[in-house]
Each structure stands twice: as structure tokens, then as C-alpha cells.
Design a protein around this ligand. Sequence first.
Ligand SMILES: Nc1ncnc2c1ncn2[C@@H]1O[C@H](COP(=O)(O)OP(=O)(O)OP(=O)(O)O)[C@@H](O)[C@H]1O
Length: 604
Amino acid sequence: MRNDARWESSRRETLQSRGKATLKDVSLRRIYGLFRGYRWQLGAIVGLALLAAVMGLIPPLVMKEIIDKAIPQGDKVLLMQMIALMVLLPLASGLLGVWQNHENTKVGQGVMRDLRRSLFRNLQRQSMRFFTDAKSGEIIQRLTGDVQAVQNVVTTVIVSAITQAVIVLTTVIIIFALDWRLALLSTVILPLFILPVRKVANIRKRLRGETQRVRGDMSAQLGEIFGVSGALLTRIFQQERQQEKQFDELNQKVMDLELRLNLVGRWYGMVLGILGPLGTALIYMYGGWNVVQGTMTIGSIVAFAAYLGRLYGPIGTLLNLHVEVATALGVFQRIFEYEDMEAEVADAPTASELPAAAGHIAFDRVSYAYQQGKYALQDVSFTALPGEVVAIVGPSGAGKSTLIGMLARLYDPTEGTVAVDGCDVKEVTLSSLRSQVAFVTQESFLFHASVRENLRFARLDATDEELEAACRQAYIHDTIAAMPYGYDTMVGERGHRLSGGERQRLAIARAILKNPRILVLDEATSHLDSESEAFVQAALDKLMLGRTTLVIAHRLSTILSADRIVVLEAGQVVEAGRHDELLEREGLYARLYRTQFAKALEAI
Ligand SMILES: Nc1ncnc2c1ncn2[C@@H]1O[C@H](COP(=O)(O)OP(=O)(O)OP(=O)(O)O)[C@@H](O)[C@H]1O
């Protein structure tokens, strides 16, 4: 119970902190809107449904002919004709059914593909803020699990609605034409069908929404636990048991909810199942009475009873569809929530292309708050001239990562401006800005793909020669060449088959391939062995040549050679200048220098 509450509250927090996950519209209209692009297929389905419905009307009439005419009149030819119809009609309607089913599936799967695509696109537009707040497992669950959960509705609802409505309509017409008294009698029980629908729909909607939420929590938990970092943490702190317990609780909850959902559906199905025969009994009672009186033929009653199946069955299905849609509304709500999410960072409508930059960077009174009122950066101003190296130093949590992220608009300032060559970065297109900025961060992520593909991520059209040249410059070519399959060697999800230093040099090779005017570095705090460190440093020195560089400095050599050092504390610039000047001031920099960089100093 405690764990449930924990997951639930963290989920709520996630949504709240994201803030932008506002839901605009979860109406049936919007759901039907998903089918807008499939008008032709839907038209074909309606045509086929009409044809099938008309054909479905014939068998009871055939029976009526056999019972009331062919047999009493001894008309063998008519009998054989009717028998032939009895055999051929199902064949024809079977073929139509296959065709219609194919069209249905095409529409249904198409709608699901569109939904996944639109969610994927919107997720790609989101700023980093969204991803730092969300759990990756939950994102995957919405994109795959939730879309899958509405599959039934999407693939069958529209088609069933059309087919069943056509069947009901044609049947109503024919039964009134056959005998209006019997027809009226058969509609007496219809209100009994409708009564439970609303209640069942509401219960199922609530249960379905809850199930998907628990499934989302489960995916989020699995994503964390079985991610490399989570798995490592679990083992080191021996929390396997505890995690198993948490998982069991969620797992059990999914089972219980699914059982309840199923049971409600079954009860409802049973009620519908009882009502059908009730109607038929009424017809036989009243009809039978009339046959005894000689005012009705037996064939009429048999045909009528057969039509009732075509009336009650489809009405039950139509009502059930309503329940299905209502059930799925909870899931649609979760899907649309992601579809409607506004991107925090996006191209302005008037955004222009940033021309090839010289690399002049200016932060002007920049502030940023992750949460309202809690500033991670406040009033930060500094400049970097083209080709300069500006080192950012400061204690942990001072806002260094937030600051460098602003340059590529990973975050937009809450106040103030960041400008490249005098252009406010908010006024240029994201693509033209980001193509001129490269990041080399502490954690160099590698996809589970070959070394070559990982390198090409920086520039898809890079030739093999260019890849190799970049790797030579980054001092990583020899290591790659010595791997079992050279550049085609697969690296793990996080490149765990490569050492920290090797991963960093691959990241540097990527930056070289991108060849940006502006470079953003977050130097690794973890100590590489001195040989690896020397390689990384040499590779970085080459990379920085001739580019404007903003670097979160952890190395002595970087701060000593920096053109300017910006010292951050609690989100504010407390000092700025060159190493010697700052040291003389005996302020925060001098203190940091002695504590953070002292070891490196001793080593010199
Ligand atoms: N996604 C986030 N949501 C809320 N607060 C955040 C988020 N990311 C960072 N912060 C807060 O913003 C402040 C600055 O964080 P930032 O990561 O920029 O500091 P830093 O100087 O890079 O720290 P470190 O050197 O430890 O990496 C910190 O107080 C941190 O707790």
C-alpha cells in the first residue's frame, strides 16, 4: 500500500512538474477525427457492409418460402432453388467478409500507426526539461502499450458501428413490413438493453484508466531497475528483494484490475444474452397464438424470430461499442495528453536561419528557474569572443550545466537573453543554431549500434575516410582498428564495452565530424588513468583550436589556459577574469582552486 502511494504520488509529481501536459480535448469527436484520412476506405467499408446487410436479409425469407410455399405446394423446383440460395449466400457473404475485414484492419492499423507517429513527433519536439522530469519507461508505455490498449476500439469500432447500424436499420424496415404488430412487440424490451449501458461504461472507463496508469508505473519501474545504472545500484545496495516486493504489488494490481474489468464485461454480456431470448419468447407467444387463431403463418413467425437475432444481436453490439469507447476514453486521455503537450523550446514563428557563426557568445542578465521562484541561474552575464575559451567553475549545484545547456537552447532563459553573433538564440531556428554548436559531455552516450553508426550520428553523410580522420585526430582510431570488427564493432547500450576514456574520445571524434564554430565541454570529473587522460586532453586541445569554447572546467590545464574564468555560486556570477587576477582576489575562485585543483597542482 505504501509503495502504491509512493508510485502514485511520484507520478502525479511528474505530471505536475511537467506542467505543460494539459489535456485540451478528449471527445468522441476527436477520436472519430482520427479516421479523417481514411474516408475512401471507410466508404468502401460502408458499401460492403450495406451489401452484406442486404444479403443477410435473404435467408429468413428463403426459409419462409420453403415452409410456407415450396413444401405445402410440393414445388420441388422452388425448393431446390431455395436450397441453392441457402448454400451460395454464405459463400458470397463470406468472400465479402474477407474483403471487408482486410479494409477494416487497414484502417485500424493505419490509425494506430498515425497515433504512434504523432506521439513520437511530439516527443521529439520536447525540450530536455521534459525528459529530465519524465520516466523513460512511462514514455515507452504510452507510445506502445497505450496505443495497443485502444487497438480493439480503433480497429473495430467504426466498422462495427457502420455494419451493425446498417443491419439494425434494414432489419427494422423489413420486420415492420412483415408484421407491424410483431415488430412493435419486439421493440418492447429494447429499453432493458439500454439501462445498464451507462453504468457499465463508467465503471469500465475508470477501471481501464487505472489499469493503464498502473501499467505505466510498472514500465517506469522496470525501465529504472533494469537500466544499467539502476541494475548496478540495486546490486550494490542489495535491494533485489525490496524491488521484487514493489514489482509484485504492481503486478498483482494489474491482474486484479484486469479481472474486475473482465468480470464487469461478462456480467453485462450475460444481461444482454438473457434479453434476446426474452424477445423471441414474446414473439412465439403472441405469434403462436395468432397461428392457432389462423391469422398468421408459421413461416412468418420463424422468419420473424430469425430477424430478431439480427436486431437484438447488433443492438447489443452497438451498445457494447459505446461501452468499449467509454472504456478506452481513459486510455485515449493518456495518449492525447502526450499529443497535446506543448514544446517548451520551439522555433519562433519568425525564426530566421543563423548564418555561419563567427562564434561570439553573449549571456545578458540570464535567469532560469526549473520551479517557479527557485532560480538555478540569476542575472548571469558574460561574453566569449570568437575563438576564446571561457571556463565555468563553481561548486556542485551552482548552475553550470544549466548555463551551458542554454547555448544550444536545451533550456530557454526565464529572463534575459543568450546571443550568438548578436542574434538572440530564441530568434533563430533550432536546427541552424544546433548545427553550429557541439557538446562533449561527461557521460558520452553511445547507441547500441556499430562504432561507425555511432560516429555517423554526428553527420549522416560523413564518408568512411572522414570518420577515420576524425578518429585519428581524437586519438581513438588505433583502439577501434584493434577491435574485433574494427569500425563495425557493436557497442553496448551505453557503450559499456568501451572504457570511460575511449567513450570520451569517440564523443570528441563526433564533435570533430560535426565541425562546429562553438564547442561546449563538460570535462569529466572522474579520473581517467594518466595515459588515457593525456590522450583525451590532447584530443580536446586539437578540437578546441579555432573555436569558441565554453567549458565546465575540472582540469587545471583548462583553467590556466582559459581566456576568461566565470565563477558561479548558487546561480550567480560571483567573480570573472583570468586565473592570476582571480587568485589575487582571494575569493571563491581562490578557495576552489586550492581545494578542487590542489591535487593536480601538486602533481605538476
Ligand atoms: N530537472 C531539474 N529540475 C529541477 N531542478 C533542477 C533540475 N536540474 C537541476 N536542477 C537544480 O538546479 C540547480 C543547478 O543545477 P546544475 O545541474 O546546473 O548545477 P551544476 O553546477 O552543473 O552541478 P554539478 O557540478 O553538481 O553537476 C541545482 O540546485 C539543481 O538541483
